[in-house]
Design a protein around this ligand. Structure first.
Ligand SMILES: NC(=O)c1ccc[n+]([C@@H]2O[C@H](COP(=O)([O-])OP(=O)(O)OC[C@H]3O[C@@H](n4cnc5c(N)ncnc54)[C@H](O)[C@@H]3O)[C@@H](O)[C@H]2O)c1
Length: 354
């Protein structure tokens, strides 16, 4: 007899949540999504995710959407209790570094308290359930900017040999500038680890670099590649904030994120932390991203340069993927940066034509 397993995915209408919903459903799970389209409240109409929610309801067999807020402690506890899910993937968040300063309570209540609500709900009802939390590389604050860098033409790169594979999970997380977003994510990240270590629950934090893909509702304040491609296609000006446009991000396609999450769910560990990005091979600077996008669209990118960098923004960041590969040898990056950008171009064209 085939055993149907239940998954609860928060932030299910967002980029990562929706990819995980689709992936788990294709791998035999009955998936329940929790989302309240808060992204539209955070970022206005261009951040609206209802189109993605509708797509999931239409296309994913057995998918159920729950219109709930992760800040609603009783509502979260009630849903977790009713479902007793076999796996929980927590991707709901206020995801922007820059937005957080204007909405500190919404940011902290969503990112830190919302995560605690879910963890406690899980501990009360299903403590054996693997719990994956989407954390961020912003937990490292701006400390990566202290690493010696070299200007290598169109990008910055680490000049210190110690970081030739990128930033490892052992990198310090305190005594640096985080942004309020980074600080609320640190609170959640440490709490997720603690539920793993203190209560023995199978939890993990995935400290994301740039997670991206065709289903992102990219806006200027969040979703770097998605927003950049949208600007290019609409012939809009892209504003570069400091660092000569040579700042480096490592980009991972949401499909490879979902694949890693599935590997973890199959063989969970307690209180683990992974740096989840595209690694050096999938990294690019803003200038390099312009060039790749232009190749696909044939449209020259219009940009302006603002001398002031974003507060605490990383100059060069790419993840050291060796721990992920060592713990889960059947996982690796499968979607290249070029292919990811090609898919984002196609998706914006499709959405704009609809
Ligand atoms: N995309 C990236 O580059 C990136 C990088 C590092 C970490 N992350 C983390 O990954 C996770 C997912 O990011 P994403 O890019 O998919 O973001 P997203 O904004 O596309 O999706 C988040 C979803 O959560 C929902 N949400 C927000 N607040 C909510 C609330 N209070 N209650 C219920 N739902 C709520 C939003 O409506 C949205 O659909 C977040 O935790 C984010 O911090 C993302």
């Amino acid at each position: 007899m085939r055993i149907v397993r239940t998954a609860l995915v928060t932030g299910s209408s967002g980029l990562i949540g929706s990819e995980v919903v689709t992936y788990l459903a294709a791998n035999g799970f009955t998936v329940h999504g929790l989302d309240n389209n808060q992204r539209a409240v955070f970022f206005g109409p261009s951040g609206d995710t209802r189109w993605n929610q509708d797509r999931l309801v239409r296309e994913v067999p057995g998918f159920t959407h729950h219109e709930r807020d992760v800040r609603d402690r009783a509502g979260v506890a009630e849903l977790v209790g009713a479902l007793r899910p076999d796996v929980i993937v927590h991707a709901a968040a206020q995801p922007s570094h820059d937005r957080a300063a204007a909405i500190p309570f919404d940011d902290f209540d969503t990112n830190a308290v919302g995560t605690l609500n879910l963890l406690e709900g899980a501990r009360q009802c299903c403590p054996e359930t693997p719990f994956v939390y989407l954390s961020t590389n912003k937990v490292y604050g701006d400390a990566p900017n202290r690493i010696a860098l070299a200007d290598v033409g169109t990008r910055w790169d680490y000049a210190d040999e110690q970081y030739r594979y990128g930033i490892p999970e052992s990198f310090p997380i305190d005594q640096s500038l985080h942004s309020l977003f980074g600080a609320s994510k640190v609170a959640a990240d440490v709490m997720v680890q603690e539920y793993g270590r203190y209560f023995g629950m199978p939890t993990c934090c995935l400290r994301g670099g740039c997670l991206t893909g065709p289903n992102h509702a990219g806006v200027e304040l969040h979703g770097f590649l998605s927003y950049l491609v949208k600007c290019n296609l609409e012939r809009r000006e892209y504003r570069i904030f400091g660092y000569l446009g040579k700042q480096v991000r490592d980009n991972i396609h949401s499909h490879d994120v979902a694949r890693f999450i599935h590997e973890f769910l199959k063989a969970p560990r307690c209180g683990e932390v992974y740096n989840l990005g595209g690694g050096k091979d999938n990294s690019c600077s803003i200038r390099e991203a312009f060039a790749i996008t232009e190749r696909f669209t044939g449209i020259r990118q219009v940009s302006t340069y603002v001398d002031q960098n974003r507060v605490g923004d990383h100059i060069c960041y790419y993840s050291d993927l060796r721990k992920m590969r060592a713990h889960y040898p059947s996982w690796d990056i499968t979607v290249s940066l070029e292919e990811t950008i090609r898919q984002i171009v196609e998706a914006w064209r499709r959405r704009d034509a609809a």
